[in-house]
Design a protein around this ligand. Structure first.
Ligand code: HEM
Length: 373
């Protein structure tokens, strides 16, 4: 028996003295022998990336969007432990998270402010891929999955606003429901489905909650997988500048080269979110009061351009601003790779596409500014 013990000591002591690395290696070896994960993971992280992508912040917008999305899902999951989706308890649960729960202000702050950051990042990422013609053949699916993700993110914003059941969320949703109701032919039907009946009440909150914490997350996760798969399958689009073309023949591994800049910007984003959350508590108005007709509804800033446009199309013309123009923009974005089939990617050689984008961006910015005056 004693001999056996000695044997164990002789084997285990030198093993332990090699430090934590050998333990990690041993556990990893054990896992790999059972799952075969090491090879695909190594392939993923050592994927060769052309040099023109490396250290170019424009190519980090997608990766940082992914980090921002992960932060959003993580902070959202934490909040579901305390959030209560009932019309008589939702407000109190959000108030508790914001003002009483230890670090609740931080989790909710990150969730609320990061929602805006994600919209901005996605918009910039869309512009980068648009101006560099990255939507063209064979990246149609990458692009369309991106457009759908942007829509899902706006869906998150719309459904999330109602969850605190405060005045601003309630009345913004009321306006949103009127807009949905003005859809030609199917308006009444869409409004009833979303609202869960003829009034904005418990059924609406339940539906928005299920959409916000279950269906939209499932949707966006599936789209992220499709987007990243397509990206890896086709590789990043060819460079458009002369310097980039010269760098196209040289490659660096995805990890740590490309990932480092993304991780650095992601960390800066997190620090900024903590700073903002610390200094300004995420807003919570008075509890929703369906009888207070004097409350002026104000949508989140990213819906302001739409809100402003509605003012120029009063009465029976409302569906033009509410449904037709945004619908044409989204439909146009989805169909873009099939409409613009030329192989030219340089924005200065695609004057029509470039001018069109500048006109749409200017219109969105001007309408948003006008709405804040
Ligand atoms: C949560 C949403 C999104 C995530 C996480 C995401 C992630 C990424 C990542 C990591 C890349 C590679 C790096 C880069 O090009 O920046 C990429 C590329 C790409 N993304 Fe996105 N993206 C999202 C939304 C969008 C949107 C809204 C669009 C446009 C409508 C879009 C279109 C594209 C295209 C076309 C590429 C290929 C770029 C190329 O080959 O040069 N993505 N995306």
């Amino acid at each position: 028996m004693e001999v056996e013990h000695n044997k164990i000591d002789r084997i285990s002591i030198p093993h332990r003295s090699r430090g934590i690395g050998s333990w990690v290696g041993a556990v990893w070896g054990w896992l790999d022998a059972r799952t075969g994960l090491a090879l695909p993971l190594r392939k993923f992280f050592t994927y060769p990336v052309p040099l023109y992508v490396h250290k170019n912040v424009l190519y980090s917008l997608g990766g940082v969007s992914l980090i921002s999305l992960a932060l959003q899902l993580f902070s959202g999951i934490l909040m579901t432990f305390y959030y209560d989706p009932g019309i008589s308890s939702a407000y109190d649960s959000v108030d508790y998270i914001t003002y009483t729960l230890p670090a609740g202000w931080l989790v909710r702050g990150v969730h609320v402010y990061n929602a805006s950051a994600l919209v901005i990042l996605l918009f910039l990422h869309l512009l980068r891929t648009y101006f560099m013609g990255a939507y063209k053949k064979p990246r149609e699916i990458t692009w369309m999955a991106g457009v759908l993700m942007l829509l899902v993110v706006l869906g998150f914003a719309f459904t999330g606003a109602l969850l605190p059941w405060d005045q601003s969320g309630y009345w913004a949703t009321k306006v949103g429901m009127e807009i949905a109701g003005s859809t030609p032919l199917a308006g009444t039907w869409i409004k009833r489905i979303l609202q869960g009946g003829s009034i904005l009440g418990q059924a609406t909150l339940t539906r928005f909650y299920v959409l916000h914490v279950l269906l939209l997350p499932l949707g966006i996760l599936s789209l992220v997988i499709l987007h990243i798969h397509q990206l890896r399958y086709h590789g990043i689009a060819p460079a458009i500048t002369e310097k980039g073309k010269r760098d196209s023949k040289k490659f660096v591994p995805f990890f740590p080269h490309w990932m480092t800049l993304d991780a650095m910007i992601g960390t800066a984003l997190l620090i900024l979110l903590i700073f903002v959350s610390w200094n300004w508590r995420a807003p919570l108005e008075f509890p929703a009061d369906p009888t207070s007709a004097d409350f002026i509804p104000r949508p989140q800033w990213y819906f302001l351009s739409l809100y402003q446009m509605l003012k120029y199309f009063p009465g029976p013309l409302e569906p033009v601003a509410a449904i037709l123009l945004p619908g044409a923009l989204i439909g146009g974005l989805l169909a873009l790779p099939f409409i613009d089939r030329s192989e030219e990617r340089r924005p200065w050689r695609r004057p029509l596409a470039t001018a069109l984008a500048i006109a749409v961006i200017s219109a969105i910015v001007v309408l948003t500014v006008l709405a804040t005056l």
